[in-house]
Ligand binder design. Structure first.
Ligand code: FA5
Ligand code: MG
Length: 425
């Protein structure tokens, strides 16, 4: 809950998250609706599809990597989603002016704390604690578009696997992880990522071997989950914290769907956090996307369903049962358009659609299936700017009446008028 209180001398605003007060400021943009997702921990709810797939991924890493009979990887699936900007960005070399930091993309508690936007936010603290092979699993929060594969709260499995020279080059003694100029003078070596194939401090042999392991491990994970017939492709990618970097896409519903990002961890991160004689790969995968493809769940909102018609399809099943989600029923959708004039300070180019999407979700909740920008228009005479969005309404578990949709649509119009200052056309 957000409230203001004042003392005799000053007025302080604060916000309560998980029963703790935090000062709020002009960065604060978490909404009560978003805060209501904290502690739901679907990934730990026995019988939930996210929990089943989380367990299968953990099992894959436990059984594929052991030393002396013990699992090599340790698993962290209960870390607090409230993180600092240092954890979410600075520790990962994300520049101060990087787009991923903007208020319109993240849920900030205040200017120094936010709901983590990715599980990678915990990478440096765990490296600093001395860990070298670990999984981080949990809920992450992003202001994003609204459609069948995006939701503002979703779950990621992130991992770090690091190796020292002796392990990486077991079969090739004499090869090095680091280039000679770096080995000679690690303190003053300026690592660069100008060469697309590798970081300047790393040897090509070490980079290629790690790339090969990374891709092999992730592909066998995906095959363990989906079977050998799964179609996949690798796409070159960019992340500030890895180099080189890739994304994996799998073929689902006649489209390529991105399921994970990965790469070789920037050496600066490893040396800042402690280990300075190893090379490591990292990846982050979206649990919902895998769950949807695996069980043929057509819409990401279903993952949050508390309807027994949904949940019982997964409960009390063997981890490896082949489950094909059967729609409880296909209820009709209903599309209403909403057109408005922007307030004078805005143009169609600087209006923040994520503000509008958040508002639509706050008012409409889970009956919002999709919001699409339908039309942009600048009035030739008045030069006023106008946007038209189509809002697709569909209840997952019953038929909505037109009157019911119209009521919610009116409320969205009122809220947009009040909090965004737009004028409904
Ligand atoms: C990341 O979040 C990086 N931290 C991943 C990473 C980790 C790269 C370690 C390198 C090393 P990205 O923003 O692409 O990357 O998200 C990763 C995955 O989360 C995506 O591939 C997708 O599967 C899933 N995802 C992203 N946004 C959403 C969303 N709004 N709803 C559901 N799933 C999403
Ligand atoms: Mg991505």
């Amino acid at each position: 809950s957000i409230h203001k209180y004042s003392t005799a001398t000053k007025s302080v605003s604060s916000i309560q998250v998980n029963n703790k007060e935090y000062p709020s400021d002009d960065y604060t943009n978490v909404t009560p609706k978003i805060l209501s997702y904290l502690n739901k921990n679907l990934h730990l709810q026995t019988g939930h599809p996210l929990c089943i797939v989380r367990q299968r991924i953990v099992n894959y890493f436990y059984s594929s990597f052991t030393h002396g009979g013990n699992p090599t990887f340790s698993v962290y699936d209960n870390l607090s989603p409230i993180v600092s900007t240092k954890q979410n960005f600075d520790d990962l070399l994300i520049p101060l002016d990087h787009v991923s930091r903007v208020k319109s993309d993240c849920y900030y508690i205040n200017n120094s704390l936010l709901l983590r936007a990715h599980m990678t936010a915990h990478q440096s603290e765990l490296l600093r604690a001395g860990l070298d092979n670990f999984l981080m699993i949990g809920d992450v929060y992003r202001r994003d578009e609204i459609d069948s594969t995006h939701y503002p709260v979703f779950h990621q499995v992130d991992a770090v696997r690091s190796q020292r020279k002796e392990q990486l080059f077991q079969n090739h003694p004499g090869l090095e992880i680091f280039e000679k100029p770096f080995l000679d003078n690690p303190q003053s070596f300026q690592n660069s990522i100008i060469d697309p194939t590798k970081q300047s401090c790393h040897t090509l042999e070490a980079t290629k071997l790690m790339e090969n392991q990374l891709k092999t491990h992730l592909l066998s994970l995906v095959k363990v989950l989906f079977g050998d017939d799964i179609r996949h492709r690798w796409v070159e990618a960019y992340f500030p914290f890895t180099h080189p970097s890739w994304e994996m896409e799998i073929f689902y519903e006649n489209k390529w769907m991105e399921v994970l990002g990965c790469g070789i961890i920037r050496n600066e991160i490893l040396t800042n956090a402690g280990p300075n004689n190893s090379i490591a790969y990292a990846f982050g995968l979206g649990l919902e996307r895998l769950v949807m493809a695996l069980y043929k769940i057509p819409d990401i909102r279903l993952v949050w369903s508390t309807d027994s018609g949904f949940l019982t399809q997964f409960e009390n099943k063997d981890l490896h049962s082949k489950i094909i989600y059967k729609p409880v029923s296909n209820y009709p959708q209903c599309t209403n358009d909403l057109s408005f004039w922007l307030p004078p300070a805005y143009t169609i180019d600087n209006f923040i659609s994520n503000d509008f999407y958040d508002l639509v979700r706050d008012v409409g909740g889970d009956i919002i299936e999709q919001v699409k920008l339908k039309d942009k228009f600048v009035h030739p005479k008045t030069k006023k700017h106008s946007l038209c969005y189509s809002i697709v309404y569909r209840h997952l578990e019953r038929t909505l009446t037109q009157a019911e949709v119209n009521r919610v649509h009116r409320k969205i119009e009122e809220a947009a008028t009040e909090s965004l200052g737009v004028t409904i056309r």
